[in-house]
Ligand binder design. Structure first.
Ligand code: NAP
Length: 351
C-alpha cells in the first residue's frame, strides 16, 4: 500500500488512545497530520505526539476543535485529503447519556461530515465506529443471520436507557452513512473495532479500555471473572486498519476489526503466566448465578446484561478486514501483557 504524503490528513480526537497509534503510523509514513484536539494548550497530554513527530519524517500541527462547536473543524480540515474521525466519548458509567454520549457522538459526526462537504480537498472520511454499532449484548450475535456479527448487522437493542454508549455509536454511524449518501464530495469508510486492548502511547490514557483491564490487577477480579463474551483487538493492529482504510483505493463500506472472539475470563487468564504470582489476576470463571445475584448490588450491572452476556459466546466475522484491509491480528496474550506491563510501570496497582 502506498501512503500518499501529497496532502495533509486530519485526525479528530488525536489525543485519544486509538488515535495515538494512528497518528504515529501516519507520521512514520511521512504524512503531515492535522491533529484536532479540544485543548491544544494541554502540552503534557499531547507530549507523546510531539515527541513522535520530532523523530519521524512526517509533521504535526494541532488545532482547537470541539465536536459540539459547529464549524470548529473547518480550519483543521482545510487542504486535507483524508479525515480520520476518531473523536467520540467512550465511557460506560455516565449520569446523563444524552448529553455525555449521544449529543457529542451524533452532533459531532454531523459537524465533521458537514464541514467535509464544504471542504474541497476532502476525498475520503474514515469514521471510527464500533462493533457496538452492531450489537449490545453477546446474545445479539446469536440472533444475527448465520449466528455471528457481519458488516450487514446493525444494533437494534441499545437505547438511551440500555447500553447508551452502544446507542451513541449506532446513531452516529447511521448519521454518517445518511450524510454520505446525500453528497458526492467524499467516500465514507467505517472501521468497527471490538474492545481495544494493548499499550497506550500517552502517559495517562483515559479510554474505558483501561478501566476494564485495570480491574484484572487491582483485586476486583481476584475471585474470578465472568465468561462474558466479547471481541478484542490490539490498538496497533487497529491503527494499521485505519491507515489501510484511508489510503487503499478500492475499500468500501464497514469493516469489523476484531482479532479474537473471546471472553473477559480468557483475557484475564492470559496474564497468569507472566503476572499470576504477583497480581490478583482472574483465574477461574465466576458462575453466572453469582454475577446475576450480586452484580446489580456490587457493580451496578443490570440483570438483563448478565443474562444476555455471561456464558454467551461472542462471535464476529473479521474476514473482510483481512481481505480488504490486509489486517493481521496479533495474539491477545501479547496485547494484554504489553498493556498490563505498562500499567504496572505507571504505578497503577501501587498501594
Ligand atoms: P479515548 O482515549 O477516550 O478517546 C476519545 C477521544 O474523543 C479523545 O481524544 C477525546 O478528546 C475525544 N472527544 C470526546 N469528546 C469530545 C468532544 N466533545 N469534542 C472533541 N473531542 C472529543 O477513547 P478511545 O478508546 O481512543 O476511543 C476512540 C474512538 O474509538 C471512539 O470513537 C470510540 O468510540 C472508538 N472505539 C473504541 C473502542 C475501545 O475499546 N477503546 C472500541 C471500539 C470503538 P479529549 O482528549 O479532548 O477528551
Amino acid at each position: 500500500m502506498k501512503v500518499s504524503t501529497d496532502a495533509p490528513v486530519l485526525v479528530t480526537g488525536a489525543s485519544g488512545y486509538v488515535a495515538g497509534w494512528l497518528v504515529r503510523e501516519l507520521l512514520e509514513a511521512g504524512v503531515t497530520v492535522h491533529a484536532a484536539v479540544r485543548n491544544p494548550d494541554h502540552t503534557a497530554g499531547l507530549a507523546h505526539l510531539t515527541s513522535i513527530a520530532d523523530g519521524a519524517p512526517g509533521s504535526i500541527r494541532f488545532f482547537k476543535t470541539d465536536l459540539l462547536d459547529e464549524g470548529s473543524y473547518a480550519e483543521a480540515m482545510n487542504g486535507c485529503s483524508i479525515v480520520f474521525h476518531t473523536a467520540s466519548p467512550f465511557a460506560v458509567n455516565v449520569r446523563n447519556p444524552k448529553k455525555e454520549l449521544i449529543e457529542p457522538a451524533v452532533n459531532g459526526t454531523r459537524n465533521v461530515l458537514e464541514t467535509a462537504i464544504k471542504t474541497k480537498s476532502v476525498e475520503r472520511i474514515v469514521v471510527t465506529s464500533s462493533c457496538a454499532a452492531m450489537y449490545s449484548d453477546a446474545i445479539d450475535c446469536h440472533s444475527a443471520p448465520g449466528g455471528l456479527l457481519t458488516e450487514d448487522v446493525w444494533n437494534t437493542t441499545a437505547s438511551l436507557s440500555y447500553q447508551p454508549y452502544s446507542y451513541s455509536k449506532t446513531l452516529a454511524e447511521k448519521e454518517a452513512w445518511k450524510i454520505a449518501a446525500g453528497q458526492e464530495r467524499f467516500k465514507l469508510v467505517t472501521i468497527n473495532p471490538s474492545l481495544v486492548i494493548g499499550p497506550a502511547l500517552s502517559k495517562k490514557p483515559t479510554s474505558e479500555s483501561f478501566n476494564i483491564v485495570r480491574q484484572m490487577g487491582d483485586g476486583t477480579m481476584k475471585q474470578g471473572a465472568p465468561k462474558l463474551g466479547i471481541g478484542a483487538v490490539d490498538v496497533r493492529d487497529l491503527a494499521k486498519a485505519h491507515v489501510a482504510a484511508g489510503f487503499l483505493e478500492e475499500v468500501e463500506g464497514r469493516h469489523i476489526v476484531s482479532g479474537h472472539n473471546t471472553n473477559l475470563l480468557e483475557l484475564g487468564k492470559s496474564l497468569i503466566e507472566k503476572y499470576g504470582d504477583r497480581y490478583p489476576v482472574p483465574r477461574k470463571s465466576l458462575p453466572k448465578w453469582i454475577v446475576w445475584a450480586v452484580g446489580p448490588i456490587i457493580g451496578g450491572i443490570p440483570r438483563k446484561f448478565v443474562t444476555n452476556n455471561v456464558d454467551i459466546k461472542w462471535r464476529a466475522d473479521n474476514s473482510k478486514s483481512k481481505q480488504a484491509l490486509g489486517v493481521t491480528y496479533r495474539p491477545f496474550k501479547e496485547s494484554m501483557e504489553d498493556m498490563f506491563q505498562q500499567m504496572i510501570d505507571a504505578g497503577t496497582f501501587r498501594k
